[in-house]
Ligand binder design. Structure first.
Ligand code: URP
Ligand code: ZN
Ligand code: ZN
Ligand code: ZN
Length: 490
C-alpha cells in the first residue's frame, strides 16, 4: 500500500506516549503508524520530534478591541504567523458587541475568515449582550453551526456582564455541552484605583500594572467559580496571572468542579518591570491581566507542572506601536485608554518548548497536552485534531529539538511592528508544519495558499469524570426548582 505522504524516522510524541514510528497519511488523514511505510511523497524526520500541530485557543484576530481599535492581524496574517509557530489550527474570538445579534456576529466573522486562513479555524463567541432572544434562539443556533465555546468579560465597560447575565450564559452553555471562558478581573477595583492614579497624574504605561492588582483577579476568579458551581456549569478561567488565582482553580478542580484553567506565555516569560521603560515604550508590554513578578512566574510553572492549567495560550492581541494601535489615542495617552494586549502567536510553542521542555520543567507529553490535545478535547475537536492517531487529521509539526535561534520581529510573519520577546534565545523550533497532510510551512517558507484553511465545526465537549455540584435550590423535583432550572425570567 502506498500512502500520499509518509513521515519517516521521527520520534512521535502525543499527550500520553513517546515512540518511534513512520506516519502514513492519505486523503489528509493519518492512515497508519508503523515501520517501513512507503509514500508517493516522503519527509525524513530522523533526529526530529513529530508532534500534533499546535492549536492556538486564545488569540484575537480581525477583532475590534475593548477600546475600539482593530487588531493588526487578520485571518491571513494571523494564521500565517500561527503556522510559522508550529500551529495547524486556531480558535480566535468572534466578538459580539452590544446591540449586535449573535448570528450577525458569527456571519461577520465568517466573512472575515473565509478565503484568508492558511490553517483550520473556529471561533469562541464573545457574548456582551445576552438578550432573551440570544439565550433562547441564537445560542442554540450557534451550537448547531459548531461554535461550542463562549467567552464573557467581568471587566471592560463595553463588554462586561453582570452576575445574573453570567448565570444565564453558564446555564445555557451547560445545557448544550458548551464551555464558557471568562476574563476574570473585578472591574470596580480596577476603576477605583485607575481614577485615583489619573487624578494624581500617574498616567504612564507602568501604572497599568498597578491598576490591575492581584486581588482584582482573585476576587473575580472566586466569584466566577462560585457562579459556575452554583449552576453546575463547566467554566475555563483564561489568562490566569496570579498564584492566588491559580490556587482557586486548583482547589475547585480538586473538589470535582468542572473548572479549567489557562495561562499564557507572557506571564511566564516577562514581568511588570518590562513596563518600566522610558516614554511610551512600556505600552508594548501592556496586557490584561497585567504582567506580574518573578515569584509569580515560579508559581505558574508549578501549576503548569501539576495540571492546574489545562491550556497554555499566547493571548495574541496584536496592536501596533503606532497610531493604528497602542498610540491611537495620542502619542502620550494615559494608560487607561491604550489597547490592551501583546502579540506572540508564533512564539507560544517555541517559548514553552525552550523554557519548559528543553530546561527540564515539562515532559514532551505535557507540552503536547498543554498546546494541542487539551484544547482539542475541551473545545470539541478531539480526536480529529490534537493528537497523532489513526483517523486523525494529518495536522503535524516536525520539530528540531536542538535548533537554537534568537527571536526577531521579521521571523514572526505577523503584521506587527514589535515583538515583546525580541532577543530571546530559544532552543527547539518547528521546521515543517502540516495541515491535513499538506505542508503549510517548510524550511522557513510559507508553502500554503491563504484560504485553504477550513472552518472547524466543533462538537460539545466531554466532561465525563467530573462529579460537578448539586445546588439544593435548583433541584428540578421541587415545584419551584424546575422554574429556576428552565431559565425563564418572565
Ligand atoms: O490584554 C489583553 N489580553 N487583551 C486582549 C483582550 C483580552 O482580554 O483577552
Ligand atoms: Zn481576556
Ligand atoms: Zn485575550
Ligand atoms: Zn487597564
Amino acid at each position: 500500500m502506498q500512502f500520499d505522504l509518509v513521515i519517516t524516522g521521527g520520534t512521535i510524541a502525543t499527550a500520553s506516549d513517546t515512540f518511534a514510528a513512520d506516519i502514513g497519511i492519505t486523503g489528509g488523514k493519518i492512515a497508519a503508524l508503523g515501520t517501513g511505510l512507503q509514500g508517493a511523497d516522503t519527509i525524513d524526520a530522523a533526529g526530529k520530534l513529530v508532534l500534533p500541530g499546535g492549536i492556538e485557543a486564545h488569540c484575537h484576530i480581525a477583532q475590534e478591541s475593548a477600546t475600539g481599535g482593530m487588531t493588526a492581524d487578520d485571518y491571513r496574517s494571523g494564521s500565517i504567523s500561527a503556522a510559522f509557530g508550529g500551529n495547524s489550527s486556531f480558535v480566535p474570538f468572534a466578538a459580539q458587541h452590544r446591540g449586535m445579534g449573535v448570528t450577525e456576529t458569527l456571519d461577520l466573522y465568517d466573512s472575515r475568515a473565509e478565503g484568508a486562513s492558511v490553517i483550520d479555524y473556529g471561533y469562541h463567541l464573545i457574548i456582551a449582550d445576552p438578550t432573551e432572544n440570544a439565550l433562547r434562539d441564537e445560542l442554540p443556533a450557534a451550537f448547531a453551526r459548531g461554535v461550542t465555546s463562549f467567552k464573557v468579560f467581568m471587566t471592560y465597560d463595553l463588554m462586561k456582564i453582570d452576575d445574573g447575565q453570567f448565570l444565564d450564559i453558564l446555564s445555557t452553555a451547560r445545557d448544550h455541552g458548551a464551555l464558557t471562558m471568562v476574563h476574570a478581573e473585578n472591574s470596580g477595583i480596577i476603576r477605583w484605583i485607575t481614577d485615583r492614579l489619573m487624578a494624581g497624574g500617574h498616567t504612564a504605561p507602568r501604572y497599568h500594572a498597578i491598576s490591575h492588582p492581584a486581588a482584582a483577579e482573585a476576587e473575580a476568579i472566586n466569584r466566577a467559580i462560585t457562579l459556575a458551581r452554583f449552576v453546575d456549569a463547566p467554566l475555563m478561567i483564561v489568562h490566569v496571572s496570579t498564584p492566588e488565582g491559580a490556587d482557586l482553580v486548583a482547589r475547585a478542580r480538586l473538589e470535582g468542579a468542572k473548572i479549567f484553567g489557562e495561562t499564557c506565555a507572557q506571564y511566564l516569560m516577562l514581568t511588570r518591570d518590562d513596563l518600566d521603560r522610558p516614554g511610551m515604550e512600556g505600552a508594548k508590554f501592556m496586557c490584561s491581566p497585567p504582567l506580574r513578578d518573578r515569584a509569580t512566574q515560579d508559581a505558574l510553572w508549578r501549576h503548569l507542572q501539576v495540571g492546574t492549567f489545562s491550556v497554555f495560550s499566547s493571548d495574541h492581541a496584536p496592536y501596533r506601536f503606532d497610531d493604528s494601535g497602542k498610540l491611537a489615542k495620542g502619542p502620550d495617552a494615559p494608560f487607561k485608554v491604550i489597547a490592551n494586549g501583546m502579540p506572540g502567536i508564533a512564539l507560544r510553542l517555541p517559548m514553552l518548548f525552550s523554557e519548559g521542555v528543553a530546561k527540564g520543567r515539562l515532559t514532551i507529553n505535557q507540552f503536547v497536552a498543554l498546546t494541542a490535545t487539551n484544547q482539542a478535547k475541551l473545545f470539541g475537536m478531539h480526536p480529529t485534531k490534537g493528537t497523532i492517531a489513526i483517523g486523525s487529521d494529518g495536522d503535524i509539526a516536525i520539530w528540531d529539538p536542538t535548533k537554537t535561534r534568537t527571536v526577531t520581529l521579521a521571523d514572526q510573519h505577523d503584521n506587527m511592528d514589535y515583538t515583546p520577546f525580541e532577543g530571546m534565545e530559544l532552543t527547539g523550533w518547528p521546521v515543517t508544519v502540516l495541515s491535513r497532510g499538506e505542508r503549510i510551512v517548510d524550511a522557513g517558507e510559507l508553502v500554503a495558499k491563504p484560504g485553504r484553511g477550513r472552518f472547524i465545526k466543533r462538537a460539545p465537549a466531554d466532561f465525563t469524570g467530573y462529579p460537578g455540584s448539586h445546588t439544593p435550590e435548583l433541584d428540578p423535583t421541587l415545584n419551584f426548582g424546575a422554574d429556576i432550572a428552565r431559565g425563564r425570567r418572565t
